[in-house]
Write a protein that binds this ligand. Sequence first.
Ligand code: ATP
Ligand code: MG
Length: 564
Amino acid sequence: MENTAKDGKIEKGIHFIHQIIEDDLKNGKNEKRIHTRFPPEPNGYLHIGHAKSICLNFGTAEKYNGLCNLRFDDTNPVKEDVEYVDSIKEDIQWLGFSWDNREYYASDYFGKLYEYALILIKKGKAYVCDMTAEEMSNSRGTPTVPGKESHWRNRSVEENLDLFERMRMGEFKDGEKTLRAKIDMASPNMHMRDPVMYRIINARHHRTGDKWCIYPMYDYAHGQSDSVESITHSICTLEFEVHRPLYDWFIKEIGIYAPRQIEFARLNLNYTVMSKRKLLELVKEKYVNGWDDPRMPTICGLRRRGYTPESIRNFADIVGVAKRDNAIDVALLEHCLREDLNKKAIRVMGVLNPLKVVIDNYPEGKDELLDAINNPEDESAGKRKVPFSKVIYIEKDDFMENPPKKYFRLSPGNEVRLRYAYFIRCTQVVKDEKTDDIIEVHCTYDPASKGGNSPDGRKVQGTIHWVSAEYAVKAEVRLYDRLFIKENPDDSEEGKDFKDYLNPDSLRIITGYVEPFLKNTDRDMKYQFERIGYFCFDKDTSPEKLVFNRTVTLKDSWAKMAAK
Ligand code: ATP
Ligand code: MG
């Protein structure tokens, strides 16, 4: 059975990759070793799709008492950077996985890969080709039309060895020559039509410096790196399924240990773009404020937004592993986040859109500290004190001068409960004479209702949150919404591109008031502003200024859909 998150139902079961692994274990394959790897190219920051792959590779190793290597697939010196290497390591650790000391680089194997190439040349299975990239592409054919063999295909072994050595020594310019595998120009699989193994790039590599000017192609480097590391199950995304015959061909012709490549469908999320190129474009052209902008689907963006590693790991588990491409509802990711935050978040009160309320019969100059529960889901989180005083702020939305029927919050003559505090009844509305805007609302409170408990069994229908105007702390609050307004931003209409579907309201910055408790509290904690949503401190917070990110609202559209 596969995990499915379709039709609102969440089912758990062992997926096809784990089935393969369990069969291999049963059959004693690879001396019952399980060894996976996560192979990022250090050319961008990791995103939630990579998180899926990390959870699968590291999670599988964990589950079957195996190992998972971190291997940087650094075969293209032009696009890669140490900044990315560092961020990738930080993200994997944050997700809670460890590669111990098994941090490898494809570039560690450049020497070995070169020797393997010599083996292939000597076997007559690889040749140096002088075609330009354009000539090569013109002679490749189409899936139904066979390609044309290169004029240089039948060079002698000696000539190939000599030319390849001279390629390595830097005798040629970029693009002047390539080393190609000699397979089959008529193969129905385009990847088998004499694919390029090495190209000349006269560029400095962030690890090997100027040692090499020939760099292996991904297809040539990847499988051999897997083999060198004795990987048992090389798990990759579906687009590599058509590369598998080539993966197997190299291993077999070189004559080395053979890992097994298994493909699964990459994770796609609606309302999200996941291509590294597109994410880079958003960053470079400043549509967002960096890779860790809380609207980005990058792991660092999600972290800054307030996502927890547990919520992402749980999400990866629930979406499971599929063999066909599909798009997952981003509401499911948010659902997993809410489930985790509900357990962990400290409940506090914050007013984002304040309306001043004066409690006329509350003694002038008096204040008191009231008990508030930190987390009803977790008794061990304890209690805290919240200051109460004569003037408070409530949410503008929680008052209506002319309410419709069934409006249970504050309105003239109506009584509500202030959470943890008192029952109050609205007695007067003060308005600006010119604009008719409500300036403040006056109430009376019932001293016998302390703690928000009914003194005589009388009921109030509404409970609202509040902060003391005297003691509340001003805070900048960043309200995020989806970055894209289109369900599939990659699928653009003619003449448009994904950037045309950016949501103009994806970030709204407001000033709110929060309880003073938040002034000196744990900056890494997660908070629920009661009745509003989950929030976390942003890294821009300073001793002078609190800055909050809204992680997610309380409304769980996924749970609603699932209940139907
Ligand atoms: P590129 O086009 O630069 O290769 P990439 O997204 O494939 O982009 P890699 O750094 O090569 O980036 O990816 C590292 C690993 O993460 C690969 O094994 C890749 O298959 C996997 N991966 C990337 N995107 C997703 C995704 N959306 N869902 C699941 N796995 C993914
Ligand atoms: Mg890739």
